[in-house]
Design a protein around this ligand. Sequence first.
Ligand code: FAQ
Length: 182
Amino acid sequence: MTPQATLTHWIEESAAVRARMLAGGGKPGLARPESVAGKTGLEIMQAMLAGALPYPHIAETLDFSLIAVEPGKAVFQGTPQLKHYNPLGTVHGGWYATLLDSAVGCAVHTMMPAGRGYTTAELSLNIVRAASHATGPLRAIGMVIHCGRQLATAEGRIVGPDGKLYAHATTTCLVFELPARA
Ligand SMILES: CC(C)(COP(=O)(O)OP(=O)(O)OC[C@H]1O[C@@H](n2cnc3c(N)ncnc32)[C@H](O)[C@@H]1OP(=O)(O)O)[C@@H](O)C(=O)NCCC(=O)NCCSC(=O)Cc1ccccc1
């Protein structure tokens, strides 16, 4: 696919995902414990994509959204804007970090059986190309490398529709038993 065709595909796919989420009742918020009980991580992420579970507020704060999940993989799309700038006049490093923490974390989440949770214990980030408010949509793709009983590791990349790399990251997540709720 040409970069222009990829860009068109990304824009259309993201609009379709958003429309599906909204049609299913999706809105920013926090899932109630009883709504996620008994679901695997993949089922939770799929329910979010279907609008059956709320999506997190951070997606609106930083203008990115979940696009697709499969076992061991999560794809997000975000568009850098002026409101994401640092005082230096460039996109804040935290924007790339948040997008990649989301992508690699959710990739790990897709591997969690019901009753198991995870949290980021370490995130290592390289920002190798500056994006701007003129760049347009970028995608963060997270992939699991290892998923054990206590540790999970994953890697992720932020790329443009032309394939240019903007940032890459690795994470170490702690995997644990979710506490039983009364
Ligand atoms: C410039 C460099 C650091 C190094 O580049 P290299 O690895 O040597 O790569 P390469 O030579 O392959 O060129 C790649 C592209 O870069 C361009 N380019 C190269 N050199 C320069 C140059 N001197 N000046 C301008 N542009 C330069 C070059 O033309 C090429 O683009 P092109 O292919 O022509 O279109 C690059 O990795 C980068 O910009 N990273 C993003 C860093 C970033 O945005 N960090 C986050 C913000 S910080 C923050 O928020 C913290 C904070 C918070 C709060 C308050 C205050 C602060």
